[in-house]
Design a protein around this ligand. Structure first.
Ligand code: 5RP
Length: 227
């Protein structure tokens, strides 16, 4: 029986195998955040000559990329990336995700938005029929924390401040349990419209294009057809 750590290592290797043949010397790779991505970065280090640079979704990943000798560009200095690789806290079979367990959701949504393809890398415990088991992280402007929390309670959620945590953008996070997402994309749009919400961890308006899922029987690939 493989442990969750071993599955994360396996899917990081699968991500490398998926990405490497697509990299060119001038490629820029979008890189997410989290313990699964940490393993991917560590594997990527040996192939840093195969592509030009990375754009990163957090200070944490930037530090790890740079320590691995990988050049990190500012998102303002590029226009697009072919690929973005990141983990998730939950992913459903339509490749909608809940992200932000590591607190990097806002930059993850921004950096992934310039990528042609979002490659989600998870162990099988993250693949669910229905999103909602994992509390939804919502990044809020500190001034608006209580106002947003009241709106969230109206929607049936129970918001809890992530104590002692400040995002890379200087904001706070509410972790919200009890929400039910009938239509995840519509729910995401509704949350985006609450004043004071910087970003919510629902990635449904724009989900993943490919999911690599590591289970006890190996890594499987879920893929949506391109429009
Ligand atoms: C960070 C994220 C991560 O992708 C998510 O929390 C999964 O992390 P891990 O790979 O450590 O399980 O969204 O904000």
């Amino acid at each position: 029986m493989l442990t969750q750590d071993e599955l994360k290592q396996q899917v990081a290797q699968a991500a490398l195998d998926y990405v490497l043949p697509q990299l060119q010397p001038d490629s820029i790779l979008g890189v997410g955040t989290g313990s699964t991505v940490d393993r991917f970065i560590d594997l990527l280090a040996a192939h840093r000559q195969a592509f030009h640079a990375a754009v990163s979704s957090s200070e944490r990943s930037t530090q790890r990329l740079q320590a691995a000798g990988i050049r990190v560009l500012d998102l303002n200095d590029i226009t697009a990336t072919a690929l973005y690789v990141d983990g998730a806290d939950e992913i459903d079979h339509q490749l909608n995700m809940i992200k932000g367990g590591g607190g990097a959701l806002t930059r993850e949504k921004i950096v992934s938005s310039v990528a042609d393809r979002f490659v989600c890398i998870v162990d099988a415990s993250k693949l669910v029929d229905q999103l909602g088991g994992f509390p939804l992280p919502i990044e809020v402007v500190p001034l608006a924390r209580e106002a947003v929390a009241r709106e969230i309670r109206q929607l049936g959620g129970q918001p809890v401040l992530r104590a002692g945590f400040t995002t890379d953008n200087g904001n706070q996070i509410l972790d919200v349990s009890g929400l039910r997402y009938g239509d995840p994309a519509a729910f995401e749009a509704m949350l985006n419209n609450i004043p004071g919400v910087v970003c919510c961890g629902l990635f449904a308006i724009s989900g993943a294009h490919v999911a690599l899922v590591a289970g006890q029987d190996g890594v499987s690939r879920l893929e949506l057809q391109d429009d």
